[in-house]
Write a protein that binds this ligand. Structure first.
Ligand SMILES: [Zn+2]
Length: 254
């Protein structure tokens, strides 16, 4: 692992590498020593908790952590200068589809001149490319395949809190087939995903709709069996399916 090159305006932390720019303990941020990354995380969380949703703020501790401990940001020419907890209601549905939380953390970057989602805990392990691509596929599915208007629960007929249920094939099966149609290069680079791209804000936007994986997903949806279920029946149906799958596995082993 190579050491982080000293860049103008970037702190080089003791023990830092390009993959782990947070270096070794204690972690000094704004002159304060934190004995562990957990202790630093608690301070970051306490600071974020002080702010209301959708109100932007300055925070020198959060800024130093993001600008000096985040591998992708350290490697970029971008600097985070302001922060906000953005409520999900203010985000378009195709972004909400990828993130079930009530808000997401964003920083305003220069020279990008744009708010961008970012983690405040850059040392926490992020998903593998496959996990990220699978959530991107889910977002594309919701945007381009799933019927926009929910009707009623297929079991009880209620129209509240409807969720889309894949009877067959399951979304996992569809996603596995789609991933199989991507090249190793496309998977490793995540279609050259760049979170600082000026026009495309999510990984889903980097996967061309005419890519064989997406063409396959759209074609599969045309022949697949799907239904709308209320939240309660979706849970019951999903649990039953899991039990059935386990039983089939047991029969297979015996
Ligand atoms: Zn129902």
């Amino acid at each position: 692992m190579s050491a982080v090159a000293a860049e103008p305006g970037r702190l080089s932390r003791p023990g830092a590498t390009s993959a782990k720019p947070w270096g070794r303990r204690p972690y000094i941020v704004q002159g304060v020593a934190y004995v562990s990354l957990d202790a630093l995380a608690a301070e970051l969380s306490r600071r974020r908790d002080q702010h209301a949703l959708d109100a932007d703020f300055d925070d020198p501790v959060i800024a130093e952590v993001i600008n000096t401990m985040h591998p992708e940001i350290v490697a970029s020419t971008q600097t985070a200068i302001r922060f906000r907890k953005r409520s999900m209601e203010t985000l378009p549905s195709w972004i909400r589809a990828q993130c079930p939380a009530t808000w997401r953390f964003e920083a305003f970057f220069v020279p990008l001149q744009r708010w961008q989602d970012v983690t405040a805990y850059p040392w926490r392990k992020r998903g593998s490319p496959l996990t990220d691509l699978k959530s991107a596929l889910r977002a594309i599915f919701r945007e381009h395949c799933r019927p926009k208007i929910a009707e009623a629960c297929a079991v009880c007929g209620r129209a509240e809190r409807l969720e889309f249920d894949h009877i067959a094939p399951s979304f996992d099966e569809i996603a596995q087939e789609c991933l199989g149609l991507m090249t190793p290069e496309e998977i490793i680079t995540k279609f050259d995903y760049d979170q600082f791209d000026p026009d495309r804000m999510t990984l889903a936007a980097f996967i061309p709709l005419e890519h064989p994986a997406i063409v396959h997903m759209i074609a599969t949806h045309r022949i697949g069996r799907f239904q709308w279920l209320c939240h309660e029946h979706h849970q019951i149906v999903t649990a039953q399916r899991r039990r059935d799958a386990k039983r089939r596995e047991r029969v297979h082993v015996e």
